[in-house]
Design a protein around this ligand. Structure first.
Ligand code: URA
Length: 456
């Protein structure tokens, strides 16, 4: 294998054979191909794309670079859910215990926040003591015991992807549909799933803001799963405003616990139940969506979902008392009320600005080495089209100190626009994509202040 020839071929629009991708990924993983050659190849892929055969080959090569969670002796379904990332997106924290409480094992492998999007691992680690670095053997034992394990990508799983993703992150080559698909699916396929639900975000706060690119991403991942015996269903959901009210690690855990205890913000409930219904349908444990919704509501109102979350927190070393007393979560010393500057109608709550604002407050990462402050972030109580009056509290900044609250105020000044006209928002759930079809769903756009039972 002469790597410069492979780079030149890709650069000139050709493709690499499956065995070339396999040998290359193997050699890169072993340290036999230098980063500069791999970076050049990734840039060529970024501009030239990959054929379906190439995408499959790199996925399989990264998958086989590590171990897998061997769940083949489990006879029933095993489901996970993956989001392409957003602001305020705490759906995984809610669905993992909720679906497990309904008897469907959830081996969930999540990532950390990077850039403007948050990460499930950072949110979970806001719970005092919570550990996400379980070995595969420990995750397996926990799955047997309580039906759910919430873990990060260990060194055991798809190590080639881990190395390649860090390289792509540093070389401007992340936003490539075949590379993202291969990266995500190599990890998901290592979980031994019988089904996967994808939450594909659309809108200005999405990873790939153009809807057609998001749909291509979904289709690529669906095909990869389908051909490897893991059915995948995707929902396209709105990320033109944050999801729910809380945006920041500990406060998102608080909102997730409030959800599990029966008090969800309306938009978060719509998206979570829609994705949960797809998981239950794939698992074959409900007759239709109505049944799925009824089962999920029952798991919440009976307390079973919160009980399961308590068990997961305890099993992973966390302080399970947070499930009954959210004041035990880390809390920012400065909480500043942010008031509407005028009467009017909310025009926008821009997720990218809020997401970058969390980073500016210390609650996110600029590089993977940064340490996050779990306490900081924003509670934003309004959505586009909410009618507000001057002086009304529409958000709270959670900051580490008074200079942080000044930063937070400026972030909200930029993120929240008040005007006089009604505005168009994306439907909360707009498309359902399977291996055979793309369905357009007719969910009305969110029009008002988010109705919530959650506390400020
Ligand atoms: N998340 C991943 O795990 N991989 C990518 O390439 C992009 C997002």
């Amino acid at each position: 294998m002469i790597v410069p020839r492979l780079i030149e071929r890709k650069r000139d629009g050709g493709s690499l054979a499956a065995d070339e991708w396999r040998d290359l990924i193997h050699a890169y993983s072993a340290g036999d191909v230098p980063d500069y050659q791999m970076a050049a190849l990734m840039m060529a892929v970024f501009f030239r794309g990959m054929t379906r055969g190439e995408t499959e080959a790199i996925t399989d090569a990264m998958l086989s670079s590590g171990a897998r969670l061997d769940l083949s002796d489990m006879t029933g379904p095993r489901l996970d859910k993956h989001s392409t990332g957003g602001v305020g997106d705490k759906v995984s924290l809610i669905l993992a215990p909720l679906i497990a409480a309904l008897g469907v094992p959830v081996p969930m492998m999540s990532g950390r926040g990077l850039g403007h999007t948050g990460g499930t691992l950072d949110k979970l680690e806001a719970i005092p003591g919570f550990r996400t670095d379980l070995s595969l053997a420990a995750a397996r034992a926990q799955l047997d015991r309580i039906g759910c394990a919430l873990i990060g990508q260990t060194g055991e799983i798809a190590p080639a992807d881990r190395k390649l993703y860090a390289l792509r992150d540093a070389t401007g080559t992340v936003e490539s549909i075949p590379l993202i698909s291969a990266s995500i699916m190599s990890k998901k396929l290592a979980e031994g799933l019988t089904g996967l639900v994808l939450d594909i975000k659309s809108g200005s706060g999405a990873f790939l803001p153009a809807l057609d690119r998001e749909i291509d991403l979904a289709k690529t991942m669906i095909e990869l799963g389908h051909d490897r015996g893991c059915p995948v269903v995707a929902l396209v959901t709105a990320m033109d405003r944050p999801l729910g009210n809380a945006c920041g690690n500990a406060i998102e855990v608080r909102e997730s616990i409030e959800f599990l205890r029966g008090a969800p913000p309306a938009d978060l409930a719509t998206v979570t139940y829609a994705l949960g219904a797809e998981m239950l349908l794939l698992a074959g444990v409900c007759t239709d969506r109505e049944d799925a919704h009824a089962q999920m509501r029952d798991a919440i109102t009976s307390g079973r979902a919160a009980d399961r979350f308590r068990a997961i927190v305890a099993a992973q070393g966390g302080d399970q008392r947070v499930v009954d007393d959210v004041t035990l979560l880390p809390s920012a010393p400065v909480k500043m009320e942010y008031r509407a500057a005028r009467d009017g109608i909310i025009q926008s709550v821009t997720p990218r600005v809020i997401g970058h604002g969390i980073v500016a407050l210390g609650g996110g990462r600029r590089t993977m080495r940064d340490v996050v402050d779990p306490r900081v972030g924003f509670d934003v109580f309004v959505k586009p089209n909410a009618v507000v009056t001057e002086g009304e509290v529409i958000a709270i900044v959670h900051a580490a100190d008074s200079s942080g609250s000044d930063v937070g105020r400026r972030v909200l000044d930029e993120a929240i626009a008040i005007g006089d006209a009604q505005v168009e928002t994306l439907p909360l759930v707009s498309h359902r994509i399977t291996s055979s079809a793309i369905e357009l769903l007719h969910q009305p756009a969110s029009r008002a202040r988010s109705s919530t039972g959650s506390s400020r």
